[in-house]
Each structure stands twice: as structure tokens, then as C-alpha cells.
Design a protein around this ligand. Sequence first.
Ligand code: C5P
Length: 243
Amino acid sequence: MYTPVDMKVFVILPAAGIGTRMAASQPKQFLTLGGLPILIHSLRAFAAVPRVTALFVAVRDVEIARVQAQIAEFLPGHTHPPIHVVQGGDSRQESVANALAALPAAPEDLVLVHDAVRPLIDAATIERTLDAVVEHGAAIVGLPAIDTVKQVERTAHGALIQATIPREYVVLAQTPQGFRCELLRRAFAEAAADGFLGTDEASLVERAGHPVAVVPGSAANLKITQPGDLALAEFYLSQRAGE
Ligand code: C5P
């Protein structure tokens, strides 16, 4: 498929997390994977997709200069698509909202949001997501569940199972998550008005009443979150290098 020529594609990379679950000395988006900061891997993946018009990275204000220096160091001479660094917020949603406010996007343009800490996203998955957004207006990458999924009620000592959710009804939401700009802006405005805080963009668009399509993800598109994830990502990276 293709993106109609007058339709621009903006990519937002929220990268303002502190990464408390990682127990590392610095936020996980700055840890090194295969000799490069994780954020740089994510930026490179999207910068290599010809349909992308511009990238917007949301980082904490104290890290803006550091990220600009890393972009200059690891993407020397890079001019297109332009990479803009904007200030993030206290939650992922706020970081994305700040970037969304900075986009010079028309209502019909497309916006992809991708966790900066998913460095192994591949061009084919980005392209498939864009195709699905052109077709449906909203689409995310989702990984079919492999384990049996239980709904639980939390207790003081752990959890008690309430129900078993058939696996065919479940996907694990990954990123990128893509939307027509006017839809995403409306969903963010409604969430802000209602005080709703979601952990991904799709949840905001779902509550705005718009259907969201799912394209298949992969285990390699993991979110670097806890100790051990980095070693796994290094493994996937070495497999890719050997292909
Ligand atoms: O750990 P979490 O799932 O919240 O992180 C997902 C992405 O959101 C990460 O790339 C992280 O840097 C980003 N984030 C952000 N602003 C926050 C919290 C998380 O941009 N305040």
C-alpha cells in the first residue's frame, strides 16, 4: 500500500520516563544496546521509513541537551526526516500530549506513537501499521497471547482468579500505535476533559468511540522494562545481524 501524497506522517517517541523498574543508573532509553543508546535505535528505525515526514522526541527538560548531543553524535549529517526534541511530562500521556501540541500536522495527517524503549521495531511492521491507519483511521501493533490469560482480583497476599479470558480474545498492545491526527487530538482532548489517564493511545481512542485495528507484532519488539530485557534485546539484535 501507500500513503496518499498529501498525507504527512509524524512520529512521536515518548522518552521522558524515569525507568524505576529497571534498577539502572539512568533511564532505560539511554542504556546502550549493541553499542548505541536505545533511543537512537528507535529513532533510526523510523528515520529509515521513506513515508515519515518528521520525528518528535519527548524527553525530560534536563535531558534535552543530552539527547540533542546524542542525535548529533550517532546520526551525523542527518537532515531528513527532521528530528525535533520537545519537553515531556509527568506521565506517558502527558509526554505524548506535549509532542502532539507541537506537531505542524493537518487533521488528515497520520501520527504514529512509539515507545522509545522498543528499539527493535522493524521497518516492515511500521509500514504495515501505516497501511492499516490509512485504511481504518486507527491501528496498533498487538502480540497474540501465548500464555493462558486470567482476570484476577488483587488481594493482600497476591491475587485470586476471577475468570479465564480465551486467548483468541486477547492481544498484548505494543507500539507503534497510529491514528489520523484529528482523531488522536479529539481523543486526547476528551481524556483531558474527563481526567482519564491511559497507558497507551489506543485506550483514549477506544473511549472516544472509534474502532482500532490490530496488526501483528513480534516478541522481538519488546519494551525494555526490567533487568534481563537488555540481554534479551542484545540476543535479538545479534540474530538480526546474522540474517
Ligand atoms: O515505562 P513505560 O511503559 O511508562 O514507558 C513507555 C514509554 O513512555 C517509554 O519510552 C518512556 O520513556 C515514556 N514515558 C514518557 N514520559 C513519562 C513516562 C514514560 O515519555 N512521564
